[in-house]
Design a protein around this ligand. Structure first.
Ligand SMILES: C[S@@+](CC[C@H](N)C(=O)[O-])C[C@H]1O[C@@H](n2cnc3c(N)ncnc32)[C@H](O)[C@@H]1O
Length: 268
């Protein structure tokens, strides 16, 4: 995912009605919104600013905007009150760890929004979650490649997986991952390692929300697998390239989903 800064806020100025229209378009992509008279701040993590600029231009000529980068340590204080819960497929809700609200009949994933990717606000995470809900069965062994915050491993745990191995090559995610496992009572095991060092792909469910270039090299290594492989981190414009690798390695795409320009697929 290119051209992304970790944390940023967008300040919109203009008529309240116009700001409301723009905010409605950005609602799905942001962490939270703070509406004030005359100016509104919208908080993002891992956002593609060019894409957001494009969306705003398409929505209104009467709104002006400016980006502000925020130091990670100040960030938590600035946006915490505006973090919005993310609901997926009417079954899952992702809430920040300080949220004490009760959600009955939902799978609640508690996330401490730290330095790791995976708060549930990104389209690719949502695509992964939609497919996990569809393909996960009780007692499955799950391999979560590019685990980040561990959000997908937490869901796998809450769906009663047997064993969960979570892999990420970025040591920065470790403390965030561990905290998230603790607050969700999840027993997923973390290994800080490259997904290319994995020898055993014998899992019922393999999850990989990474990026096109990694997936292109990874797919040929997964031929020994026995279960479903759920992939995201793929732009729709790169689908043909991915499909080519999938077919070349004798996999079949059995499911496809899309949110905005991002796609997710399931292969066997
Ligand atoms: C888009 S995030 C996905 C986070 C989370 N699984 C989700 O779905 O929201 C991708 C993660 O893959 C990790 N990653 C990138 N290249 C990797 C590699 N070669 N091996 C293992 N992890 C990798 C990154 O550090 C990052 O945490």
């Amino acid at each position: 995912m290119s051209d992304l800064d970790l944390y940023s806020s967008l300040v919109l100025k203009g008529e309240a009605e116009e700001i409301e229209i723009v905010s409605a378009y950005l609602e799905k992509l942001c962490l939270g919104v703070n509406i004030n008279k005359g100016s509104t701040s919208i908080y993002f993590k891992n956002v593609d600013k060019k894409k957001i600029d494009h969306i705003i231009r398409g929505c209104s000529d009467l709104v002006s905007w400016a980006w502000e980068n925020i130091e990670a340590q100040d960030w938590m204080h600035n946006w915490k009150p505006y973090f919005k819960d993310v609901f997926i497929k009417d079954r899952v809700v992702i809430v920040p760890c300080w949220n004490k609200k009760q959600y009955s009949e939902k799978i609640v994933l508690k996330i401490d929004p730290g330095m790791a990717f995976g708060t549930g606000h990104h389209e690719t995470t949502e695509l992964m979650i939609r497919f996990i809900l569809k393909y996960h069965e009780k007692n499955m062994d799950v391999l979560d490649l590019g685990t980040g915050s561990g959000i997908l491993s937490i869901l796998a745990y809450k769906l009663s997986s047997n064993k969960i191995l979570s892999i990420d090559n970025d040591p920065v995610i470790e403390s965030n991952f561990k905290k998230n496992m603790l607050i969700n009572n999840s027993n997923a095991i973390l290994s800080i390692d490259s997904c290319f060092n994995i020898q055993d792909f014998n899992y019922d469910l393999i999850l990989a929300n990474i990026n096109k270039n990694i997936l292109i090299d990874l797919i040929p290594q997964m031929i020994s697998k026995k279960g479903f492989i759920i992939l995201s981190g793929i732009l729709e414009s790169d689908y043909d390239e991915i499909l080519n690798i999938v077919n070349k390695n004798n996999f079949n795409v059995i499911d496809f989903d899309k949110i905005n320009e991002w796609i997710g697929i399931v292969i066997i």
